[in-house]
Design a protein around this ligand. Sequence first.
Ligand code: NAG
Ligand code: NAG
Ligand code: NAG
Ligand code: NAG
Ligand code: NAG
Length: 391
Amino acid sequence: MFLRLLLFNLIAILFIRPAETQDQPAITQVIWPEIKRVGMTGYLNCTVTRQGINKVYWIRKSDQLIISTDDRVQVDNTINERLDGQLKFDVLKKVSGDQTIYTLIVRRLVISDSGNYTCSVIVTGASIKPSKDGEIVVLIPPTIKQGVTTQTVNVNEFGSVNLTCDAVGYPTPNISWVRVNGSPLPPPYNKYMHRGKVLQLVNVEASSRGMYRCIADNNVRPLATYDTTVYVNFKPISRPIQSTYGQAANRLFDVTIDCIVAGYPPPDMNWYKIDRLEYKPIIDDDFHIINQMLSHGQQLGISEVWYQLTIINVRANDYGNYICQGTNKLGTSQYNITVFETSECQGANCPLEGGTVSRATLTSRTRYDVTGMCLVLVFTLEFLRYYVARV
Ligand SMILES: *[C@@H]1O[C@H](CO)[C@@H](O)[C@H](O)[C@H]1NC(C)=O
Ligand SMILES: *[C@@H]1O[C@H](CO)[C@@H](O)[C@H](O)[C@H]1NC(C)=O
Ligand SMILES: *[C@@H]1O[C@H](CO)[C@@H](O)[C@H](O)[C@H]1NC(C)=O
Ligand SMILES: *[C@@H]1O[C@H](CO)[C@@H](O)[C@H](O)[C@H]1NC(C)=O
Ligand SMILES: *[C@@H]1O[C@H](CO)[C@@H](O)[C@H](O)[C@H]1NC(C)=O
């Protein structure tokens, strides 16, 4: 009796129990995580052996939503939207030997699709429930947070200001700061890049004005950038281009003199001619053209103005010293330019050697002087002669 019992137990241990588990379904492989960009399609593979008559489920772990049973999608149309002919969720079944792969397909990935999905086999008439989780990670390229990020700031010279920048995305983006003009960040940084959301500008100098670029990077392209403009209030300063200009007199040649003034708030600009130690203001009239350029290719920096004065048809009393002056609430700066007489035409607009005598430049206005009047008279007479001859 005892022996029979032992034998039965042995048989049970050797054959029945292992045989029972061997017949049971199992999920045999790990479900590899799916790491995909927002908008793409994610795939999770659940490999089941010996499925038999049992059902395989894909369940969204966060809310226990049953997405599918075997190869049938369970979620209704409100969740399982069809866009461009394709459902949000799908399941593919592929049988090979005693293995069946159920691939969960999640299309048009959004951030809320991130998380774990459980593949479960419900075994009828048994308490075992093989299951494994697969994770979907949705990568989101960075976006700069408006409102938190500094757009423009105005700071007094030697004052302080903090520039801040933040961005969203997955993974959380790293924030760094650089100067747009390629120069190093001002002290105490003195390096080209600062990592961090806040860039502290202290004891700000006029040369620290300009654009600062915040870069948000989380290795998901494209990276996001934002340019912050820093205006520094400072008294005008002049930058010389040329301190003397020559031109020949009384030959209908013009001369254009330049002056670059920096200052913020933008300075009021004025030209003067020094006449017996007196500053005589120059206005835009038939004898002068005054031009102001805020940008001149890449040559002008922020808070810089290129100021130009064209003296039309240079004559003897035009020679002398000119003052270009910029004034704002913080002060004044002036720049002294000399125009002197030469025997030959100077500059790019001179007539060609041996060419016809013509105006050096075609300005919008000309000086109504004797020479001009004579030319008009000659042309009129010539025309009349031609006309009379034809009649
Ligand atoms: C998932 O299964 C499909 C279909 O068998 C296969 O083409 C794909 O390579 C599998 N993907 C992974 C990550 O195992
Ligand atoms: C998914 O499950 C893994 C393993 O349990 C866990 O480390 C991870 O944080 C989970 N992911 C989410 C988004 O909950
Ligand atoms: C800039 O931030 C630092 C650190 O938070 C703070 O100590 C400093 O007062 C701030 N400066 C300005 C001008 O707000
Ligand atoms: C942020 O920068 C650190 C240090 O360089 C790097 O290890 C990490 O991967 C970066 N994070 C992202 C999301 O790119
Ligand atoms: C302008 O420069 C000339 C030549 O250097 C000088 O003689 C003159 O005094 C200067 N005038 C002013 C107002 O600075």
